[in-house]
Ligand binder design. Sequence first.
Ligand code: AMP
Length: 215
Amino acid sequence: MKLVLLGPPGAGKGTQAATLQEKYQIPAISTGHIIRTAIREQTETGKLAEGYIARGELVPDDVVVELVRARLAERDCENGYILDGFPRTLAQAQIMDETGIGVDVVLNLEVEDEVLVERLSGRRECKKCGAAYHIAHNRPKVDGVCDSCGGELITRSDDVPEVIRKRLSVYHEMTESLKDYYRKQNKLMTVYGQDVVAETTRHVVEAIEKAEAAL
Ligand code: AMP
């Protein structure tokens, strides 16, 4: 299965991707995580992307497409993948279609902007594996330490109020139109994010199963 997770920052794409990765045994690929790793390692791509992430803007399409293409060429993607945070522009979606990067189902996670701001402000991320936590709703067993890999939990530099506002406006301006793009291709499934993560997961899995049955 080739799945795309669409939705604004803070909608829970990463959290759902982690669960779906386990359930379907296919890799979850987060472009944001790949880019943050490149920045930490100060690769050429990382240096180029740094300013965009810091401002809450999108990294140029050609740079992101190249990162995704390289990742999808790895063997673990042979049986499918979960794309978290890609595509994010119409141009990225069109390049995918033109170059044969397949998409079977696009799962659109809907959450209201006010809820997103609260979620993003309290979010913590593992510096090492990218796992997501929240200071109130999803605390780690030990404060500041990742449950799954023991890595240090940090606040992402783009999870601060001015950058959060910018990222939300970029989502509405650049990414939201992808809903129409995939609706026209009959690939869009919409799930409304719930307060309880497990409830959202239940709806997500139901939607995927329904979409798979129709493939
Ligand atoms: P995320 O971890 O998905 O919230 O992404 C964090 C940041 O990485 C975004 O605000 C963008 O600057 C950059 N980014 C991630 N995915 C993409 C993409 N598909 N296209 C452009 N920029 C991206």
